[in-house]
Each structure stands twice: as structure tokens, then as C-alpha cells.
Design a protein around this ligand. Structure first.
Ligand code: AMP
Length: 123
């Protein structure tokens, strides 16, 4: 079934992680964002960064979030990459939007991949 991005679903897995209903391997948390290890890592470092607010996609986030929220979230993403120690060797950010991109969870999340040469952008 295609992912429904029309309305935010409070039962999505990342909403449940934010409420503490299911565990995560936390990397970082501040007022704007939570970062945790992906449960099925695709690289030696695979961390997800999510905003605290109820946004299905990056488009929903940039349309509705305050400037403070947007800045706080992206600062958290780059802080996490810095704190993971991967800036020197390099890392990749990925945001999936919708079915063709393979978005599985309808709560905005930025993937941080690192820890080995990551190859071409698409394969
Ligand atoms: P996407 O395909 O961009 O929607 O990515 C969703 C990601 O969430 C996948 O990489 C999953 O492995 C990851 N994921 C799903 N459930 C969990 C969970 N409970 N804890 C951590 N990562 C998860």
C-alpha cells in the first residue's frame, strides 16, 4: 500500500519513539530533534535524525515549521554528523519523500550514512 502523507499519523513508529513507547539507540537529543541508530543499518554509521514536531515530510516541515524550528533541526543534523566524527572522512544525507523514493515512515527523518566509501548516489 502506498504511504499516506496527507495527514500526520500519531501511531507511526517515530512518533512512538518520541513518546518513549518503544526504545531507540539514542545518539543525540535537544529541543528540536532526536537522533538514533537505524534499526537496519545500510552502512557502518547509519543514524536517523527526526524533528520533534509532527511533520510527515521535509515539504510539510519547511511549509509549516517556524524558522527557529527549521534552523534548530538542521543544526542538530550537522551537530550529530560532527559528533559522530565522520566529517573528515565524509558522510551522506538522505531524505526520502513518498513512494518512488521508498519512504516507509511518515515522520520526517534525515538519514546520515558514513563509515565507508558510499559509492554512487543511486544504484
Ligand atoms: P525511509 O525508507 O526513508 O522511510 O526510512 C525508514 C528507516 O527507518 C529505515 O531505514 C528503517 O530501517 C528505519 N526504522 C524503522 N523502524 C525503526 C526503529 N524502530 N528504530 C530505528 N530505525 C527504524
Amino acid at each position: 500500500m502506498p504511504i499516506d502523507l496527507a495527514a500526520y499519523d500519531d501511531a507511526n513508529v517515530f512518533a512512538r519513539i518520541l513518546r518513549g513507547e518503544i526504545p531507540c539507540r539514542k545518539v543525540y537529543e535537544d529541543r528540536w530533534a532526536l537522533a538514533f541508530h537505524d534499526i537496519a543499518p545500510k552502512a557502518p554509521v547509519h543514524v536517523l535524525v527526526i524533528p520533534k514536531g509532527r511533520y510527515t515530510t521535509l515539504a510539510a516541515f519547511t511549509a509549516a515549521a517556524s524558522a527557529e524550528e527549521v534552523a534548530g533541526f538542521w543544526r542538530a543534523v550537522t551537530k550529530v554528523a560532527h559528533d559522530l566524527g565522520v566529517e573528515g572522512a565524509g558522510y551522506r544525507l538522505l531524505v526520502n519523500h513518498g513512494g518512488d523514493a521508498g519512504q516507509e515512515v511518515a515522520h520526517l527523518h534525515v538519514h546520515i550514512f558514513a563509515g565507508r566509501p558510499l559509492g554512487p548516489m543511486l544504484s
